[in-house]
Design a protein around this ligand. Structure first.
Ligand SMILES: [Zn+2]
Ligand SMILES: [Zn+2]
Length: 260
């Protein structure tokens, strides 16, 4: 691996270690690029509601400043990018986008942890055989990608469908095809693999292989050591190779236009 674009910081309340240690670990692995994409802040409608697994809006400034300083310090050794991992919650997304535009944001990755939104929706990893929910996942994530604001789709196989295989195939194929048309890579997620979660889902990656999807491996590091995780990477590469998938090393990042 020469780059990783999926890296967290302790601001999300479930990651540990200073940003600097993530950078040092990436250097040990010989990475050329390291992108931070901590769980985005969000603005919700319900007064008093806030998610436990993301930074607060008032932490974004420090996040950006810390990474700008590191970018400067490590210039010439590794390229540091400042991004965020965001869900697409149509009801609240524009407000978030307005806020993001106040900062120099190099990229966003889509991580759709909830359907609809957090107040009214269901968690993507909850096992279900309901095609309506899978259809919602497909529709909502494709609408997100079509905004042109995301640089890639993180753990696209997060949705845990346990129903009819033909139904799964149809919806996943549609996701892969549209992502291809939009030239957006799909991320093979090492965090799910490390923790032996339901993703990476082999069914998903077989379809992605048939559709010729562009695939990028993401560490999804929640601790410095995971930034460069040679064992998980080798395991992922071996699996992808059996499907004929050669992951890309670098992703063309799409910056978020800053407001004046
Ligand atoms: Zn996380
Ligand atoms: Zn993540």
């Amino acid at each position: 691996m020469l780059a990783n674009y999926h890296t967290h910081t302790p601001r999300c309340n479930h990651a540990v270690g200073k940003e600097r240690r993530y950078v040092e670990r990436a250097l040990e692995g010989g990475f050329k690029e390291l992108g931070f994409s901590d769980h985005t802040p969000y603005f919700f409608g319900e007064p008093g509601y806030y998610s436990s697994f993301r930074m607060h809006p008032d932490e974004l400034e420090d996040y950006v400043q810390t990474l700008l300083a590191l970018r400067e310090e490590y210039a010439g050794r590794i390229q540091i990018y400042i991004g965020l991992e965001a869900e697409y919650y149509p009801k609240y997304f524009l407000r978030l986008l307005e806020y993001m535009r106040l900062f120099p944001m190099d990229y966003l990755i889509l991580g759709q942890h909830m359907l609809y939104n957090e107040e009214e929706g269901v968690a993507s990893p909850r096992p279900t055989a309901d095609e309506k929910l899978l259809d919602q996942y497909r529709g909502q994530t494709l609408e997100a990608l079509e905004t042109g604001l995301f640089s890639y789709f993180a753990h696209p196989d997060l949705f845990h469908f346990i129903g009819d295989e033909k139904v799964y195939d149809r919806h996943v194929r549609a996701i892969c095809r549209r992502a291809n048309e939009l030239h957006l890579p799909l991320e093979y997620n090492l965090q799910g693999q490390r923790d032996r979660k339901h993703y990476p889902d082999p069914r998903f990656w077989r379809i992605a292989a048939e559709e010729g999807s562009e695939v990028v491996i993401g560490s999804d590091a929640h601790a410095p050591l995971m930034t460069w995780d040679p064992q998980s990477t080798a395991e992922a590469e071996t699996f992808l190779q059996t499907l004929g998938i050669a992951p890309v090393q670098f992703v063309r990042l799409r910056p978020i236009q800053k407001s004046k």
